[in-house]
Design a protein around this ligand. Structure first.
Ligand SMILES: CC(C)=CCC/C(C)=C/CC/C(C)=C/COP(=O)(O)O
Length: 204
């Protein structure tokens, strides 16, 4: 299909303008004095729930404690998923170099140098990736499954409310995280295709 480039340009610029306007409007917890400033501590708690460090440390801890082959296999793949996510997000952030919204306060718990950039949201990719991973590998009752999806959605929304991101950073983050799970699933590590990883772990 032959798209008119000027039409595409106008469409993209309009989308960007809507994105900036909507993100500013939704950034109601961007500061203590913002309209929903009192909810900011709760949003920051949510931020920690999707941060890379607790997820990495938690996975490593469980991996060290796990004494079943099946558990170890899932945890090894969870670790792979988290590292793949960090790598892809850092790569895209470094390439795109989109600045965070002007109303953002840079007071986040432990960041990497590329985290001064906002596209895509690392919390949104992790939320989509982890929730898809959990839903596919943990046997959970329906209310818990709903809670996992809700956590991912609210975490994404909180990125815009805190003023950390524009809506498109989060939307693309959700998409990327969803696709990352497909990569992890496709490359699933097992004692058959990655015996070294599993042998190393069993030498205790
Ligand atoms: C192994 C290794 C390099 C660990 C680093 C973990 C770390 C500091 C991750 C950064 C997580 C973070 C603050 C991401 C930014 O999320 P956005 O949603 O603001 O893009």
């Amino acid at each position: 299909m032959d798209l008119n480039p000027s039409f595409l340009g106008i469409a993209l610029r309009s989308l960007l303008a809507i994105d900036l306007w909507l993100s500013k409007k939704l950034g109601v917890c961007a500061g203590e004095s913002s309209s929903w400033g009192s909810v900011r501590p709760l949003m920051k708690l949510l931020e920690i729930s999707g941060h890379g460090i607790p997820w990495l440390l938690g996975t490593l801890y469980c991996l060290c404690r796990s004494d079943s082959w099946a558990g170890r296999e899932v945890l090894m793949n969870l670790l792979f998923a988290l590292l793949l996510d960090l790598l892809l997000v850092a790569l895209i952030k470094g390439l795109v170099r989109r600045r965070r919204p002007a109303h953002n306060q840079m007071d986040m718990f432990v960041t990497l140098s590329v985290d001064k950039y906002s596209f895509p949201s690392g919390h949104a990719t992790r939320a989509a990736l982890m929730s898809r991973f959990i839903l596919n590998h943990l046997v959970l009752a329906i209310p818990l499954r709903v809670l996992v999806v809700l956590w991912a959605f609210v975490l994404g929304l909180s990125r815009v409310m805190l003023g950390r991101h524009n809506v498109t950073d989060v939307a693309f983050g959700f998409f990327l995280g969803y696709m990352q799970y497909s990569i992890v699933d496709y490359c699933w590590l097992s004692p058959h295709n990655a015996p070294v990883l599993f042998l190393l772990r069993s030498q205790r």
